[in-house]
Ligand binder design. Structure first.
Ligand SMILES: C[S@@+](CC[C@H](N)C(=O)[O-])C[C@H]1O[C@@H](n2cnc3c(N)ncnc32)[C@H](O)[C@@H]1O
Length: 264
């Protein structure tokens, strides 16, 4: 709950002192009452560590089991984006903070996320999107910042195409590159991608491994070995990234431990 400020000076200036007190005093009274009673009310209970995690997990499971209503039914400017909106907001914050010149996205699908990234780049007047998929849907959104690559993300031919596109993009020594991995979610494939695409990421920028929540963290326990296990395997022997847990601040994320920041 947001505890409002009394804003007494502004209230005097605008002649709304009585209205302000009517609003503020009962809230203050209730806060004091809650603090004084030692009973576990629901909001305290939700902040208890284990209760908090199980509440988040239960909501996540509910969200995933209703995927036709939730992530299969999420659109950016009318185009499907199979993301959690809370993560998309985190993307926006990361983009604003890091201002990447190039964003490589694996798994275009219908292109809603590519368009979202391009539109945020429009607002910052900087950034190009390279997006890769084995399938090539007909009605992909057209945008001058979005560059489509058709192919398997781990094939040499695809990597070569990405290098060629990057070379064409007026690269400077301080060009910043960010990567989002969101195509096939098996452990070995994602591990291979982290090794390949992690090299593109420039220090201070992010490698986002999507859907680390799969494989029972807490959703889709049927998948044995997925993006989370790939991240854990990679992090055991590599020290060029750190997991940035701050990006999980909205509690629900499809990418627990999946926001990797390049430090070297
Ligand atoms: C989960 S969807 C991607 C969702 C999309 N990133 C979004 O935010 O809306 C997975 C996509 O990965 C593609 N894909 C699966 N395996 C791939 C591979 N080895 N290389 C390239 N694309 C692949 C599929 O064709 C599919 O479009």
């Amino acid at each position: 709950m947001h505890i409002p400020d009394l804003l007494i000076i502004d209230r005097i200036k605008t002649g709304t002192v009585i209205a302000g007190l009517k609003y503020y005093v009962p809230i203050l009274f209730n806060i004091l009452k809650m603090k004084m009673s030692n009973s576990k009310n629901s909001s305290n209970k939700l902040n208890d560590k284990s209760d908090k995690q199980s509440t988040i997990d239960n909501f996540h499971l509910l969200y995933a089991s209703n995927h036709k209503q939730t992530y299969d039914n999420t659109y950016w400017m009318g185009v499907s984006s199979m993301k959690c909106p809370l993560d998309l907001w985190i993307y926006q914050e990361i983009l604003f903070k890091t201002r990447p010149d190039i964003i490589i996205e694996t798994g275009t699908n219908e292109g809603g996320t590519s368009l979202y990234l391009a539109n945020i780049c429009d607002l910052m007047n900087n950034g190009e999107i390279i997006t890769i998929d084995i399938s090539s849907p007909k009605d992909k959104p057209e945008h001058k910042r979005v560059h489509y690559v058709h192919g398997d993300t781990t094939s040499e031919k695809t990597i070569e195409k990405i290098h060629q596109l990057i070379e064409k993009m007026d690269i400077k020594s301080d060009t910043k590159i960010m990567v989002i991995l969101d195509d096939e979610h098996s452990e070995d494939h994602v591990f291979q991608e982290i090794e390949i695409y992690g090299k593109f990421v420039t220090p201070g920028n992010y490698l986002i491994v999507e859907d680390t929540a799969m494989g029972g963290h807490p959703v889709w326990p049927e998948l044995e070995g997925g993006p989370m296990e790939a991240v854990e395997r990679y992090m055991k022997n590599n020290h060029d990234f750190e997991i940035d847990n701050d990006q999980e601040k909205f509690l629900l994320t499809f990418n627990p431990k999946g926001y990797l920041k390049k430090i070297n």
